[in-house]
Design a protein around this ligand. Structure first.
Ligand code: ASP
Ligand code: MG
Length: 416
């Protein structure tokens, strides 16, 4: 008998009909002889609505109280799903994160999971129940209710799957899998049948919203195979596993687009030791997530430093940067919100030279100006003007053979 963890996102349980459809599928999975642990998100936009509500009530929102509020969304889902299962004569029990022993650190709003006890889930499973667990939440080492950050239910599901040594963790969402690009931007995008953890991590880091970054890290660290699929069509989706790509697999798996960042440039920074630390330490202390950083070569003892931050953090970042710029004697600070990040991701890059060159050539031929570049072993990202994004993404998708289903392969080295 297999143990399957199924996670249903907000759209999958958005209304009573969806809730019943999910209950049908859980019942179906169980009828096929599997033990099932379900992790649910809050219904539809309820987390957003709770945040809105908090904003309407007060500008001061202690982390403890905000977490207390936000965790209610998932509790609504878990109780309703158990009722729908009861009607289907499937014995089920709901549990909050704290009840199943999801122990986190004390960082309200972005708590990290330290341990998953899972005793109650194990006991309830062996009594023949389906366990329905509230996603996105845990209990801190000081016994406070915490949340794991937006999209955190994925992480709950993966952490439970790891702790229970589940055979698979199915992530049900409103798309049919992981795509070679965002189909709203690149209509030729196709669903990938498989991808490995490293690629998925790079995609999530590059701005793909399909899976929360931390859930993929967790899945990789504990080797939990993920199956990302749709609760609307129930068709097979994309498997995310530790499998390394073979020679026949495409070199590039996908093009990732992200318009959620903005660029800050500090001009005329004195070029001396300690300046970058002086700039980035206060940003880190304020929890601003700095992504790409470019420092130009120094001319006449000064340099320019550009970096990207989430648009949402721009206000905080700008205040800090202006203050520090003053302190270190920089000549000015500019920002640009109309940028986009465009990334190519593929594990095959490690062994195929020339990918970056081909990417830059394609962008040049499409008349797209590159403002920043960063790379990892399996990713190349550029920052471009937001207005160029669609054109650039489509041309890369085509150039790397993703449109046709045949990916670009660099010529093999000559045999000697
Ligand atoms: N309900 C939470 C959110 O909207 C957690 C989740 O959906 O994963 O962020
Ligand atoms: Mg969600």
């Amino acid at each position: 008998m297999a143990l399957i963890v199924q996670k249903y996102g907000g759209t999958s349980v958005a209304d009573p009909d969806r809730m019943r459809a999910v209950a049908d599928h859980v019942a179906f999975t169980r009828r096929h002889g599997n033990d099932v642990v379900v992790v649910v998100s809050a219904m539809g936009k309820s987390t957003d609505n709770l945040i809105k509500l908090a904003n309407e009530v007060s500008t001061i929102q202690p982390g403890r109280e905000l977490d207390m509020l936000l965790t209610t969304g998932e509790r609504v889902s878990m109780a309703l799903l158990c009722m729908a299962l009861a009607e289907r004569e499937v014995p089920a029990m709901s549990f909050t994160g704290s009840q199943v022993g999801i122990v986190t650190d004390a960082a309200h709003g972005k708590a990290k999971i330290l341990e998953v006890k899972g005793d109650r889930v194990r006991a309830s499973l062996s009594d023949g129940h389906v366990c329905v667990v509230a996603g996105f939440q845990g209990i801190s080492t000081d016994s406070e209710i915490t949340t794991l950050g937006r999209g955190g239910s994925d992480t709950t599901a993966v952490a439970l799957a790891a702790a229970l040594e589940a055979d698979a963790c199915e992530i049900y969402t409103d798309v049919t899998g992981v795509f070679s690009a965002d189909p709203r931007i690149v209509p030729q995008a196709r669903k990938l049948t498989k991808i490995n953890f490293d690629e998925m991590l790079e995609m999530a880091g590059a701005g793909s919203k399909v899976l929360a970054l931390r859930s993929v890290e967790f899945a990789r660290n504990h080797d939990v195979p993920l199956h990302v699929r749709s609760s609307f069509t129930w068709e097979p989706g994309t498997w995310v596993t530790s499998e390394e790509p073979s020679m026949e697999d495409p070199i590039i798996s996908g093009v990732v687009t992200d318009v959620s960042e903005a660029k800050v440039t500090v001009l005329g920074v004195p070029d001396q030791p300690g300046i970058s630390a002086a700039l980035f330490e206060p940003l880190a202390d304020a929890n601003v997530n700095v992504d790409m950083i470019v420092q130009n070569t120094s001319t006449q003892g000064t340099t320019d430093i550009s970096f990207t931050v989430p648009l949402a953090d721009m206000g905080v970042a700008e205040d800090i940067v202006r203050r520090i710029a003053d302190e270190i004697g920089a000549t000015g600070v500019t920002h640009d919100n109309a940028i986009a990040k465009l990334s190519l991701v593929g594990a095959g890059m490690k062994t195929s030279p020339g990918i970056a060159a081909k990417m830059f050539r394609t962008l040049a031929d499409t008349d797209v100006n590159i403002e920043m570049i960063s790379t990892s072993t399996i990713r190349i990202s550029v920052v471009i003007a937001e207005a160029d994004l669609e054109r650039a993404a489509r041309s890369l998708h085509a150039a790397f053979g993703l449109d046709s289903g045949q990916s670009y392969g660099a010529p093999l080295p000559e045999r000697t």
